[in-house]
Write a protein that binds this ligand. Sequence first.
Ligand code: NAD
Length: 256
Amino acid sequence: SLKGKSAVITGSNSGIGLGVARELARASANVVLNSFTDRPEDHDLAKSIAQEFGVEARYIKADLSKGAEARGLIEQAGHCDILVNNAGIQHVAPIDEFPVEKWDTIIAIMLNSAFHTTAVALPMMRKAGWGRVVNIASAHGLTASPYKSAYVSAKHGVVGMTKVVALETAKEAITANAICPGYVHTPLVEAQIPDTAKKYNMTEEEAVEKIILDRQPSKQFATVEQIGGTAVFLCSEAAAQITGTTISVDGGWTAL
Ligand code: NAD
């Protein structure tokens, strides 16, 4: 059980981040949710997690494209035994047409923010004598696809930084690992299915199998609960000697 541990999950008002927060709360951790908005429904998500799992849950607004806000998130959380760097966005374009501003934002949200949050969280973990850094990378942290230069670069960067954090904390009760999901069933992916089917003149099932899950040999999406469960495992005693590595949850993508 993670009772008494405090977890901060970046980008957690939807999708994988929310799924990870829910699984950590199910394992009795207190959780801090985050995104860049500050709507009543964001705070309601935290309330409903607190109620459902009997833990403390808060929502803290921070725009992680800004380094100072990424640092401020961890400072405001006050405690951070478990840091899950999850926030991310995508943009698809050939390199020579890739908007410079998009490149900068993607690297800022997905790579720089993980540097900033980790830098502030590590002293807290050291003080507590225990810590877990779980970075949500991607199959694109280990392999590439055309037209995703910023995303693939940021995710490879996150995998590299994970290894450095692991080495700098190797003798302490702190681990750092990256989870590398393939395609995960999130509202974002769900929304792409009808359009993809229309574009290729296929049924939705065909579009999922042949186009969306083209590179995922299992031909099934991973679920946010499975990514959350992997994070909970990395926080367990069984995983205390797992550090500086990646765990793929990709239905065989990176085995190809
Ligand atoms: P999502 O869009 O549902 O979630 C992204 C989260 O990041 C949201 O909560 C969003 O509000 C937040 N976010 C975006 N910009 C932010 C900013 N500037 N500041 C703070 N928060 C911000 O998408 P998701 O699929 O759940 O993706 C979560 C992570 O998982 C990302 O890093 C993504 O690259 C990674 N991932 C997703 C998949 C997939 O198939 N869905 C596969 C591999 C990796």
